[in-house]
Design a protein around this ligand. Structure first.
Ligand code: AMP
Ligand code: ZN
Length: 467
């Protein structure tokens, strides 16, 4: 069985196969760089990272594009209020976003593309839509006439039969269930950035940015288009109207949407003022991999209510797995191999795969790992786990970490490198052997002060960093 994914277009979980051999053409709506990303945004991008990792794990070759929206209403408003040129304003947040993605351990996409570097493609698309009769002009702006596109509403599953002809909207975001002709090109306004176009100077609407960039890099029909659930309408509905209006072909075969991260059961959003940025959480002492684990552990189509208890539980889960990895690496096991435990590892891997294949059910995949860890921990206690079982147990952990990637602790600035810790631990062992307990206690205290915990076992001393 291969990967099955929930398709918002058909409202069904479907077998996923790319249209062209094993190459997956995928587009994801990226951030609007007008401020720091909050962990709600990062939930959607974590889902995206898990999806990309799992497609790769299933041997697909990814051609995936993510955009940076670096021209849009909020950006212009904020940069003008601060008196900073738009490019300079967006650059700092784009840089911060890329840093956050690295901190979150996201695998970089094949292409990360800026809207402002694709204005000619957007202009060409608007011209094509104009030739095909989908557009009209008013006060120097160009609008998309949604009444001309019979499929309008097919993604949001709304019947827009009663569309008010000529009702139009200049802003990029508007309410659900309210179908309006949307803006493709906004007429130049005093002091605002603008570009030249045959239909007048101005700037692109938000929706045309994604259609133009997706088509440029991935062709007329994508295998997957992804984003947060709030983008489904109107943004993605409008992308379909633009792209299909232009090409006459289906725009995306699979539409994937990540549910919201909530705070006190309301959507985390800048406008509600209930946001946390990754940077804030790190300042508060939370490790980035804890945030990653928390966001990744709940299947993407379920709402997730953020809480500090949840974050603490995520840290405990990671700790448990790290302790297991440590035990695997440092305990001495009897020679030989237990065949039932080898079979147990094969089952754990199969269950993990089955969970991930099932519309990226990360909760199911995690359960497979925890059951395996519990079973093998008991086998270790009972002396049934043999030296020959270590390799398969490591394979299970590696498989888990190839998707979740939380096992390696983030090395905080100024932290002691592994080699230095090893050297101190060796020095302490020697001190103990020479009955120099003063020095050995000193080293233990020194390490503890630097966030390293020492544990003496029958097989010698082992250490771990404090989470
Ligand atoms: P933006 O930078 O506002 O364009 O948003 C970037 C991405 O984050 C989009 O895919 C949004 O749908 C998504 N997003 C925004 N708020 C949340 C949230 N609370 N939970 C999950 N995803 C979100
Ligand atoms: Zn988009």
């Amino acid at each position: 069985m291969g990967i099955r994914l929930y398709n918002s277009l058909t409202l069904q979980v479907e077998d996923f196969v790319p249209s062209d051999s094993n190459a997956v053409r995928m587009y994801t709506c990226g951030p609007t760089v007008y401020s720091f990303a909050h962990i709600g945004n990062l939930r959607t991008f974590t889902f995206n990272d898990i999806l990309r990792r799992w497609l790769r794990a299933r041997d697909f070759v990814l051609h995936d594009v993510m955009n940076i929206t670096d021209v849009e209403d909020k950006i212009i408003r904020n940069s003008m209020a601060k008196g900073i040129p738009m490019g300079e304003y967006t650059q700092q947040y784009e840089k911060a976003f890329i840093e956050d993605c690295a901190t979150m351990r996201f695998v970089p996409p094949w292409r990360l593309v800026r809207a402002t570097e694709h204005i000619p493609e957007m202009v060409a698309m608007i011209e094509k839509l104009h030739e095909k009769g989908f557009t009209y002009e008013s006060d120097g702006s160009v609008y998309y006439r949604i009444g001309r596109f019979p499929g309008y509403g097919k993604l949001s599953h709304n019947d827009f039969g009663g569309i008010r002809a000529g009702a139009r909207v200049d802003v990029d975001e508007y309410d659900k269930d309210d179908a309006r002709d949307f803006v493709l090109w906004k007429a130049r306004k005093e002091n605002e950035p603008f570009w030249e176009a045959p239909f007048g100077n101005g700037r692109p609407g938000w929706h045309i940015e994604c259609s133009a960039m997706a088509t440029k890099y991935l062709g007329d029909t994508l295998d997957i288009h992804a984003g947060g659930i709030d983008l489904l309408f109107p943004h993605h509905e409008n992308e379909i109207a633009q792209s299909e209006g232009c090409s006459g072909k289906p725009f995306a075969r699979f539409w994937l949407h990540c549910e919201h991260l909530l705070v006190d059961f309301s959507k985390m959003s800048k406008s509600l003022g209930n946001i946390y940025t990754l940077r804030e959480l790190i300042e508060m002492g939370h490790a980035p991999e804890t945030v990653r684990y928390l966001l990744a552990s709940v299947p993407y189509r379920k709402k997730l209510n953020f809480s500090f208890d949840g974050l603490k539980a995520a840290a405990t889960s990671i700790e448990r797995l790290r302790n297991y990895a440590l035990r695997l690496n440092t305990d001495k096991y009897p020679d030989g191999v237990s065949e039932p435990l080898e079979a147990r590892a094969v089952k754990a891997l199969a269950d993990f795969d089955a969970g991930m294949d099932d519309d990226l059910n990360t909760a199911e995949a995690l359960a497979a790992i925890y059951e395996y860890v519990r079973d093998t921990n008991s086998a270790m206690d009972a002396g049934d786990f043999k030296a020959g079982n270590v390799a398969s147990a490591k394979r299970v952990l590696e498989k888990f970490d190839s998707v979740f990637e939380v096992l390696a602790p983030s090395v905080t600035e100024g932290a002691l490198p592994d080699a230095a810790i090893d050297a101190l631990v060796a020095e302490r062992s020697l001190a103990k052997k020479n009955k120099d307990f003063k020095r050995s206690d000193e080293i233990r205290a020194e390490l503890l002060a630097m966030g390293v915990i020492l544990e003496d076992t029958k097989d010698g001393a082992r250490w771990k960093r404090k989470s």
